[in-house]
Design a protein around this ligand. Structure first.
Ligand code: PHB
Length: 403
């Protein structure tokens, strides 16, 4: 045997033996390999609660499937990106190059998603984004290997600009953390707020992970703004909403924002300071569709009464897509073209409504963006729907798939 041929035989041992024994044996041996799913998520830092919600909901779906799909055992490999782009990129490389994951999911932070994008694209790794909203991933940086089961930063915010101008106030101060997601979310708000007659009284970008918002709240108070529109999430959302109330602004300035400001991951810590806050989001656990009712019940039963939030819905949908697509290809994740095709065509009832990807961008089309107000409802603080906008799809400017 020539050296090169011998090496190939040894390296590709399982496949070569399988081929010699015939297709049925090959199928059985390929199916025996675990289905490796790599998670790049924050398990520490400002967005740790988001990473936890996504992970728990994925575990709920996989437990329902007895941790097996199409004969393959499901294995989750969790990596903490610590909210730091260089760490997230390093963990992504480890999952792709060393662990050789079949499918990748995460991250939460837009900067990390933008940082890992080229590695994912060049290695043809299938990534189902389970949070980070970086708009370019559905636009100039879209990839046939990347799907997004969460949102683009534009989606929950663009409809809110006109809504706030019409229904809340024309004089608005806007604020968000100083990084890609903050800039994009407020940019999307402005897109419809200004044409609807809104006037930007001021805007501020505190650092991600700020703990003292007093200087910003002072500026808001002095600005004469009638309302604030803000994007903060995780522990930033807890601090901002509580300090906004402690500062005495709640009586005179209406607080509005992207839904992440008052999701159930932060509502218990915010307490009554969150009452009356109006936000836009594709989900609330109060949605009365049967899939959501079962999801809320099962999630609470499995996780000690914890209320699922939008991040959990994203984790649920990510896991549901994986289970359905891997079943559709009979467990064969080697043929990536077929797997991409199977993922792109998934359509199912999600807790948020009917789930489907936009064929133009691989980004989810939100069945609705709900305008929600925090009220005392069904035994605690909840985001109650007060209005809704249907079929919100990212414009996808500059994306031409397959790319
Ligand atoms: C993001 O960085 O894209 C991001 C983070 C937290 C959120 C939403 C978006 O709640």
């Amino acid at each position: 045997m020539q050296d090169a041929t011998r090496r190939r035989f040894l390296v590709g041992g399982a496949v070569t033996v399988g081929a010699a024994l015939g297709p049925r044996v090959l199928r059985a041996s390929a199916q025996a390999a675990p289905l490796k799913i790599g998670l790049v998520l924050p398990y520490t830092g400002v967005y740790a609660v988001l990473g936890e919600s996504i992970t728990l909901a994925m575990e709920l779906v996989f437990a329902r499937e007895n941790w097996t799909v199409a004969g393959r055992k499901i294995e989750m490999i969790k990596e903490d990106d610590e909210m730091k782009p260089p760490v997230g990129i390093r963990k992504t490389e480890k999952l792709i190059d060393s662990d050789k994951v079949d499918i990748l999911t995460g991250p939460v932070h837009s900067g990390i998603l933008l940082g890992m994008r080229d590695k994912v694209h060049a290695s043809k790794t299938i990534l189902i984004v389970s949070n980070a909203g970086a708009d370019d991933i559905s636009r100039s940086k879209c990839s046939r290997w990347i799907f997004r089961a969460s949102f683009s930063n534009w989606q929950p915010n663009q409809p809110m600009g006109a809504w706030v101008a019409k229904n809340v106030a024309k004089d608005v101060f806007i604020a968000a953390p100083n990084y890609a997601a903050g800039k994009e979310q407020l940019g999307a708000f402005k897109e419809t707020f200004v044409p609807a007659g809104g006037k930007l009284i001021g805007e501020d970008y505190p650092k991600l992970g700020e703990t003292d918002y007093a200087p910003y709240l002072t500026k808001i108070k002095q600005s004469g703004a009638k309302a604030v529109y803000a994007f903060f999430s995780g522990s930033d959302a807890v601090n901002f909403v509580k300090q906004f109330d402690e500062f005495g602004l709640k009586g005179s300035v209406k607080l509005t924002g992207a839904g992440f400001l008052t999701e159930p991951d932060v509502l218990p810590a915010q307490g009554k300071a969150a009452l009356g806050v109006i936000t836009g989001h594709f989900y609330t656990p109060l949605l009365d569709n049967p899939t959501n009712q079962k999801f809320v019940k099962d999630f609470q039963a499995k996780f000690g009464g914890k209320m699922p939030d939008g991040f959990a819905c994203q984790g649920y949908d990510t896991a549901e897509i994986i289970v359905r697509a891997v079943k559709a290809v009979n467990g064969n994740t080697q043929d990536k073209d077929k797997l991409v095709d199977a993922i792109a065509h998934q359509e199912f009832d999600s807790p948020r409504g009917r789930f489907r990807f936009d064929a133009k961008t691989h980004n989810v089309i939100q069945p609705f963006i709900y305008v929600r107000e925090v009220k005392e409802a069904t035994g605690g603080l909840n985001n109650v729907v007060i209005d809704r906008i249907a079929n919100v799809a990212d414009p996808g400017t500059g994306c031409t798939l397959p790319a």
